[in-house]
Design a protein around this ligand. Structure first.
Ligand SMILES: Nc1ncnc2c1ncn2[C@@H]1O[C@H](COP(=O)(O)OP(=O)(O)OP(=O)(O)O)[C@@H](O)[C@H]1O
Ligand SMILES: [Mg+2]
Length: 261
């Protein structure tokens, strides 16, 4: 009998590019690791990967070497200074950017089995709504949709939710407002978004947390470290620790049958 894996898979997506997926994936993973959890971060932005830049990691091998048969999945994993295990993507490889949904599914299965005993597998999903993006999100247990309070971001986040609902990936979907001025602003954005999903998709979406606009974030990017590690007292770092708390509270670990015997 195969045991249910312990790992909880969280996809971080947005539809629109440049709204904070990598920043949030890296800092959420780091905050979860700092809360005592074991975390693997998969850079699912395979063609334009940059999670390794946020961690300041030198990457020699990536998923293209796995596809070429030069390395195994396990061999390309890097341990970052924050304790997160990073699976790097590649940059500038078109064939990886346009992975078919079948290839994306096979790759994910491999990592899910490698991460089976971890608490969390966080996936930084590429922008857009391509087949591989949808496949990645279908395989997640939880989906966090990043949204800024700007019409293009709002529209693309809504389009993403619509596509996910249509493709049997509409469960455990949460909005995560980014670059808001404060918590009240995040609630207002969530309220507007929820009104639209209720009206047009007959569906209510929850909010998992929020991140304020904070200059510490671009500063941390420049110094190639997660903001929660480099500027732990910054407003954004506080938001990421709260986000990790919300995630730990929401995603209770699966009961492992071996622990009951
Ligand atoms: N809360 C924030 N406050 C200030 N700047 C932010 C915040 N979140 C993200 N940024 C900035 O926005 C830019 C884009 O962030 P990021 O790379 O995380 O977005 P992305 O969604 O992963 O982009 P892509 O779609 O290209 O992968 C970065 O320069 C980052 O410093
Ligand atoms: Mg990114």
């Amino acid at each position: 009998m195969q045991l249910d894996p312990k790992v909880r898979v969280i996809g971080v997506a947005s539809g629109k590019g440049g709204v904070g997926k990598t920043t949030i994936s890296v800092n959420l993973a780091t905050a979860l690791a700092k809360s005592g959890k074991t975390v693997m971060l998969l850079d699912g932005d395979l063609g334009l990967a940059n999670a390794q830049l946020a961690f300041g990691c030198q990457v020699k091998y990536n998923f293209s070497h796995v596809l070429a048969g030069v390395k195994t999945l396990e061999e390309i994993i890097i341990t970052t200074s924050s304790g997160v295990q990073l699976v790097p993507g590649a940059s500038g490889l078109q064939e990886l950017a346009s992975l078919t949904s079948l290839q994306a599914g096979v790759m994910l299965q491999g990592y899910e089995s490698l991460a089976a005993d971890y608490d969390y597998l966080v996936i930084d999903i590429a922008a857009g709504i391509s087949d591989s993006v949808v496949t990645f999100l279908q395989s997640c247990d939880y989906r966090f949709i990043i949204c800024k309070d700007e019409p293009p971001s709002f529209a693309d986040a809504y389009a993403m939710v619509k596509v996910l609902k249509k493709n049997a990936a509409g469960d455990n979907l949460y909005l995560l407002p980014n670059e808001v001025s404060d918590e009240a602003h995040a609630f207002r954005l969530h309220n507007s978004f929820n009104n639209v999903t209720n009206r047009f998709l007959d569906f209510s979406i929850g909010m998992i947390g929020h991140v304020v606009e904070d200059e510490a974030i671009p500063m941390a990017w420049k110094k190639a470290q997660p903001v929660v590690q480099l500027y732990p007292t910054s407003p954004a770092a506080c938001n990421f620790r709260q986000l990790a708390k919300n995630v730990n509270a929401l995603l209770k670990p699966k009961v492992n049958l071996t622990e009951l015997t």
